[in-house]
Design a protein around this ligand. Structure first.
Ligand SMILES: C[S@@+](CC[C@H](N)C(=O)[O-])C[C@H]1O[C@@H](n2cnc3c(N)ncnc32)[C@H](O)[C@@H]1O
Ligand SMILES: Nc1nc2[nH]cc(C(=O)O)c2c(=O)[nH]1
Ligand code: SF4
Ligand SMILES: [Mg+2]
Length: 214
């Protein structure tokens, strides 16, 4: 059984694949926060910008088998005669609590490339085509390799220096979006300054928020 909060067709907003047409599949639940505001201040991950509770979002639901969920995802890719490879981004919540090899296999059978956005606290299964790991300061990092490491910045307990020697092809810093919680600070300027001083790191903006899309 797979629990999905929401699924939708959009453009990947972040990281090295930003701008690419994608089906997003947002799994329910996370191992670093309950998702309830009353638990935020005492959780391991405290800055999350996402609602991942329940299965009540657009195209959300419970899917009994991997092939039921694969059909659901494939139906969200547009009919088109261009040459783009269909692309799905599994996120959450924490997708590695639910994404398994059975689902990877049937999604590949339907012709999709598979991307994953993970907090890196669980080892990734084989077969993911684009793995994005986004470490969280208070959580032990278990997944030490991948395509991109995308660190939300700044996190006092997760300095970029801790991650720069890991086995990733791309290193991104993404300014922490504090807006929903009315906090102050200029995470954008701080992130730009860090990338200019430390050119191993590139700036990742949440371009979907700029574009006003999901
Ligand atoms: C909502 S998370 C879901 C996937 C997974 N649990 C993770 O943390 O990577 C998706 C991406 O959004 C980032 N993110 C979450 N809250 C953010 C915020 N307030 N500002 C900027 N990026 C944020 C995460 O670090 C992660 O890269
Ligand atoms: N457009 C868009 N791009 C994204 N990249 C990562 C996202 C996420 O929540 O995992 C996200 C998202 O929620 N929307
Ligand atoms: S690990 Fe990811 S989904 Fe979980 S609370 Fe943090 S940012 Fe949100
Ligand atoms: Mg998001």
């Amino acid at each position: 059984m797979y629990s999905v909060k929401e699924a939708f067709y959009t453009l990947q907003g972040e990281g090295g694949q930003a701008g690419r047409a994608s089906v997003f599949c947002r799994f329910t639940g996370c191992n670093l926060w309950s998702g309830r505001e009353k638990d935020r201040a005492s959780s391991i991950c405290r800055f999350c910008d996402t609602d991942f509770i329940g299965t009540d979002g657009q195209n959300g639901g419970r899917f009994r088998t991997a092939s039921d969920l694969a059909d659901h995802i494939a139906a969200l890719w547009p009919q088109s005669d261009d040459h783009a490879r269909p692309y799905v981004v599994f996120t959450g919540g924490e997708p590695l609590l639910q994404l398994d090899s059975a689902l990877i296999e049937v999604i590949h059978e339907r012709g999709f490339e598979i991307a994953v956005e993970t907090n890196g606290t669980l080892p990734a299964p084989e077969g993911i085509d684009w793995l994005c790991v986004s470490p969280k300061g208070r959580a032990e990092l278990k997944q030490l390799s991948g395509n991109e490491l995308k660190l939300v910045y700044p996190q006092a307990d997760a300095l970029p220096e801790r991650f720069r020697a890991l086995e990733f092809d791309h290193f991104f810093l993404q300014p922490m979006d504090l807006a929903p919680r009315g906090e102050t600070g200029n995470t954008m300027a701080d992130t730009v300054a860090y990338c200019m001083t430390n050119p191993q790191w590139r700036l990742s903006l949440q371009t979907h928020k700029i574009a006003g899309i999901d």
